[in-house]
Design a protein around this ligand. Structure first.
Ligand code: GDP
Ligand code: MG
Length: 273
């Protein structure tokens, strides 16, 4: 990640803030978005970590941030990965089914606590024959979204394997995990409740945050991606502050070692199964 919240001295002159295209109004995050289920959340705080809020508040007026976080989307073929990403990026549900070949990626611009922040969403192919191509793109992810079909039990069982593969290329201590059940519009409330219960159990085990959404109706999709952006941003800034120690920003930024911080970093230290 490229954090330039505090200073960018000795680098090439930073582009002026006016050169950065603004995020769309529905991509502006001023408050921490809520989790889907408190039982399977990376953390359940109502507000951003105070150090993150302080860092954003006190960033230099002329500092321009081009922070980019890589997010990979994995899961069985046809569970709805491409529809999920394109529902968020284009705001529509695509009916023309086309299997993803290798990987696609899209950049989504956000503004979090006044700071420009981008998610690079890597939509990978689920077929076995594309696995080796896709896996080369797994490296350096800040968040992994494992997708399964709420109506297909096997796809939830396979979620573990997808996570294991994605984790081979990444540092488990710095990746946020999300387990997302799609096609919520299909299936009865009773069926959904059963599958969700199972998915929550798995999420607790692998330390992922669970969401159930529908790309078709749009239910939960925007809330989910805003949450991904917010938590990824928060984790990025916290680890950057940790890396820099307390030398920055006139001691405004304090790295707390209290319970709050422990809870949040537990979310960041996802366990691979
Ligand atoms: P991928 O292989 O995981 O990328 O799956 P796609 O996104 O290509 O979707 C596979 C199929 O599931 C397509 O026929 C989609 O129309 C369908 N689909 C995806 N998301 C949903 C959803 O939320 N609801 C319903 N009913 N169908 C969906
Ligand atoms: Mg696809």
């Amino acid at each position: 990640m490229n954090v330039t919240l505090f200073d960018v001295e000795e680098k090439a002159p930073a582009p002026s803030a006016s050169m950065v295209p603004p995020a769309k109004s529905d991509r502006i995050i001023t408050h921490l978005p809520k989790c889907f289920s408190p039982r399977a959340a990376l953390h359940t705080e109502d507000v951003f970590h105070p150090d993150v809020t302080a860092a954003c508040h006190h960033r230099r007026e002329d500092a321009v941030s081009f922070n980019v976080a890589k997010v990979i989307v994995v899961g069985d073929v046809s569970v709805g990965k491409t529809c999920l990403v394109s529902r968020f990026c284009s705001g529509a549900f695509s009916r023309n089914y086309k299997a993803t070949i290798g990987v696609d990626f899209q950049m989504e611009r956000f503004q979090v606590l006044g700071v420009p922040f981008n998610l690079q969403l890597w939509d990978t192919a689920g077929q076995e024959r594309f696995k080796c191509i896709a896996s080369t793109y797994y490296r350096g992810a800040q968040a992994i979204i494992v997708v399964f079909d709420l109506g297909r039990a096997s796809s939830l069982i396979h979620a573990r394997q997808w996570l294991e593969d994605a984790m081979k290329e990444n540092d488990p201590s710095s990746v946020l995990l999300f387990l997302v059940g799609t096609k919520k519009d299909l299936g009865s409330p009773e069926q959904l409740a059963d599958v969700e219960e199972e998915a929550i159990r798995l999420s607790e085990e692998i330390r992922a945050e669970f969401w159930a959404v529908s790309a078709k109706s749009g239910d939960g999709v925007r809330d989910f991606f805003l949450r991904v952006a917010a938590l990824t941003f928060e984790a990025d800034i916290l680890s950057e502050l940790e890396r820099r120690g307390s030398q920055n920003a006139d001691d405004i930024i304090r790295i707390s070692g209290g319970k709050d911080e422990e809870r949040r970093s537990a979310g960041r230290k996802a366990n691979c199964c």
